[in-house]
Design a protein around this ligand. Structure first.
Ligand code: UDP
Length: 383
């Protein structure tokens, strides 16, 4: 039996560990934190009984049927659709921008065609190929909607003006010319009945897989394993020799109340003057449960310092050039593959993480028995 090390017990690490364990490898999983499931970790709050997304809201959605079938082996998924509300200048709107948002914001009764023509008329059509977040917004939704929903929120979320950020960040959000207020365009969406930590626990529950928490995987430990799958921060593995890769981190200020605090799971606060970006009320992520008390997170975004938990990779020109150097270093490592959000320094939704982990495991299981060598990356971190 070959020994394999998997660093990190989030979705990446857990899925790879299970697939290799199933194939007959002896897999040791290490995580520096005292719990599994990484930033997807959920736990029940003792005081309110509410299932808390300890590192902020995680809503499972995917159009990948293979991933949807895979994840549902480990827990029942309950119906949940993320319908976000946004507060801007004293008024509440529906997000992502849809026909209701447009009609309410402009005091109109447009039908889909009229709304589309209207947005085209207020959009800045002199911008041919938008490069920045701001250009993308000005072209497709115009100045008023940009200033109401995106400028303040994005400045708070990224600590930068939208003119310094890439258009790709805004492209994550759709603009709809109908009344569909589902935040995601995915085919499948839902919430695990018992939370994400339960799912990861079940994924890791295999006789060939062992988990060591509170354990940092050190370079000196690597020679004991035929291969290492590393889902920790790529810069940390190389002792930050090329400088620290920039991340945004989040602070959550918890409040407990009685009854229903805000009537919805997520409300975004788009005005720059309000210091938090959004408030999440966690019992609304489990609408099949009932709780008298409630727990909310006020979410604040800031630059990730040394001891903070990294969330969003910044990935501007400077970070990308550092990343290039780390990629070269990674390619020089023997028998090691860098995976996941932190291992490849990319923004990854849970379903993408799982799909990539399944692919990485599959690739290893083809290569290794044939004497092939698994490369440092199963995906292109710059892609
Ligand atoms: N965004 C915004 N206003 C909003 C919601 C999102 O300006 O009310 C911008 C912001 O820059 C954010 C990006 O759109 O980073 C993508 O939003 P998404 O909801 O996907 O962010 P996440 O849930 O990953 O934090």
């Amino acid at each position: 039996m070959k020994n394999i090390a998997v660093v990190g017990a989030g979705f990446s690490g857990a899925v790879i560990a299970r697939e290799l364990g199933k194939a007959g490898y002896r897999v040791s999983v290490f995580d520096a934190r005292p719990h599994i499931a990484g930033n997807c970790h959920t736990e029940r709050d003792a005081e309110t009984g509410v299932m808390v997304h300890a590192y902020g809201p995680h809503i499972f959605h995917t159009s990948n049927e293979k991933v949807w079938n895979y994840i549902r082996q480990f827990d029942e998924f309950m119906p949940f659709v993320n319908r976000v509300k946004a507060i801007s200048k004293g008024r509440v709107f529906s997000l992502p921008i849809n026909l209701l948002t447009i009609n309410q914001f402009f005091g109109k009764t447009f039908n889909p065609k009229e709304a589309e023509a209207f947005l085209a008329s207020i959009g800045d059509q002199s911008i041919a190929a938008p490069q920045t977040f701001e250009e993308q917004a000005l072209k497709f939704v115009g100045k008023d909607l940009y200033e109401a929903f995106f400028r303040g929120y994005t400045t708070k979320q990224w600590g930068m003006h939208p003119s310094e950020l890439p258009a790709s960040i805004l492209k994550r959000l759709p603009v709809r010319f109908n009344y569909d207020d589902n935040y995601y365009a995915s085919t499948f969406q839902g919430m695990p009945k018992n939370g994400y930590t339960y799912i990861v626990e079940r994924i890791l529950d295999h006789p060939n897989v062992t988990v060591q928490l509170n354990t940092r995987f050190e370079r000196a430990m690597a020679p004991g394993y035929a291969h290492v799958f590393y889902s920790g921060p790529i810069d940390a593995w190389f002792n930050y020799s090329e400088g620290r890769l920039g991340y945004r981190t989040l602070d959550f200020v918890t409040e407990r109340h009685t009854g229903d605090y805000q009537g919805n799971a997520v409300i975004n606060y788009c005005d720059e003057e309000v210091p938090w970006t959004r408030i999440s009320e966690h019992k609304h992520f489990s609408p099949w449960e009932s709780h008298e008390k409630t727990l909310i997170f006020k979410e604040y975004s800031r630059y990730c310092e040394e001891r903070d938990t990294p969330y969003y990779p910044i990935r501007l020109a400077k970070e990308k050039s550092q990343l290039k150097s780390y990629i070269e270093l990674a390619k020089g490592e023997k028998n090691m593959t860098f995976v996941g959000r932190l291992g490849t320094y990319r923004y990854l939704d849970m379903h993408v993480t799982i799909a990539e982990a399944l692919d990485a495991a599959e690739r290893f299981l083809e290569l290794d028995p044939a004497g092939g060598v698994m490369p440092a990356f199963a995906v292109d971190p710059l892609g």
